[in-house]
Design a binder for this molecule. Structure first.
Ligand code: ZN
Length: 159
């Protein structure tokens, strides 16, 4: 990775860390999910409000390191306004990218690209994954009709 790309990724991550998106509480939530990353101590709570199969709004509350907070913030920014089916595809893509697969992230997904830099720092991969695993678990519960059940997702479960 070139140094300028490295710096660009770092600037994006720090920007999201300093002013995380999606902090506004929702009036109602259709999907609720909590996650923890024991290896770093990161904790996240995600709520999603749906409207006709689209993500109308999203609330992310993450307490943890810069990477985990930035990843949650990027998630909030990227999934808002998208159909749930597309959100699932994006979450799967992020998971594969963080696990080292070479993929081109479409330009319209904006800052998601910055998470690619994280895979060069293996100890931070779970921090970046946390938000996305937590979201995927929440969507799964929602699809199984358990949208209001709060499960705690751990990055230590299932590789
Ligand atoms: Zn972390």
């Amino acid at each position: 990775m070139s140094e300028s790309l490295d710096n660009m990724y770092r600037d994006i991550i720090l920007d999201h860390y300093r002013s995380p998106r999606g902090r506004k509480p929702l009036n109602k939530s259709d999907i609720t999910s909590n996650g923890v990353n024991p290896s770093c101590g990161d904790e996240i709570s995600i709520e999603v409000e749906l409207d006709d199969g689209m993500v109308k709004d999203v609330h992310v509350d993450c307490r943890g390191c810069a990477i985990s907070v930035a990843s949650g913030s990027i998630l909030a920014e990227v999934i808002k306004g998208k159909p749930l089916a597309e959100v699932k595809r994006i979450a799967q893509m992020v998971r594969r990218v963080l696990k080292g697969e070479q993929m081109d992230i479409p330009d319209e997904l904006g800052d998601l690209d910055a998470l690619q830099g994280v895979r060069y720092f293996p100890v931070r991969i779970k921090c970046a994954l946390l938000a996305w695993l937590t979201l995927m678990e929440g969507i799964k519960n929602h699809e199984n009709g358990h949208g209001d059940v709060r499960t705690i997702v751990s990055t230590e479960d299932g590789e």
